[in-house]
Design a protein. Structure first.
Length: 143
């Protein structure tokens, strides 16, 4: 086998491997967001996905954002809305700039006002790189 044939075969093999790797690599994304009473994001379960009711005095409210294959410099915007009258108003905005490549979970805390949450209906919207959006609703009661 000639030297040029070996080099050509090696280049073709390299191109084939590169194309395969690039087509198999999954796109970065966020998963289904959910709310939690606790910061422990390891407790991902179906029960956590169903938490929609919180207490105005005692509960903490965390948003958990599962992320997959995110890359340095990408941005996640979180907008917390409170239902007031017939419309929602923005009560908190969080901007997250990804510092490391990888996958995992990001938690975001909804700040209390006067050491409590106001009773009512809320919505949180998560925007990932202006490409993907997820949202969830919840309520806060006084009992």
């Amino acid at each position: 086998m000639k030297k040029t044939s070996i080099i050509t075969a090696a280049i073709c093999a390299f191109i084939l491997i590169a194309v395969t790797f690039l087509t198999i690599k999954e796109e970065p994304c966020i998963g289904k967001i959910y709310l939690s009473h606790a910061i422990n994001t390891d407790e991902f379960s179906e029960e956590n996905l169903k938490i929609t009711d919180f207490n105005s005095d005692s509960s903490d409210i965390y948003l958990i954002i599962p992320v997959k294959d995110v890359e340095y410099g990408e941005k996640i915007n979180v907008t917390w809305l409170y239902h007031k009258g017939s419309e929602y108003s923005v009560i908190q905005q969080d901007r997250i700039k990804i510092k490391n490549n990888g996958s995992g979970k990001i938690s975001v805390y909804l700040l209390k006002r006067n050491n409590r949450y106001y009773p009512g209906d809320y919505k949180v919207i998560v925007d990932y790189n202006n490409m993907q959006s997820e949202e969830t609703s919840f309520s806060v009661s006084t009992d």
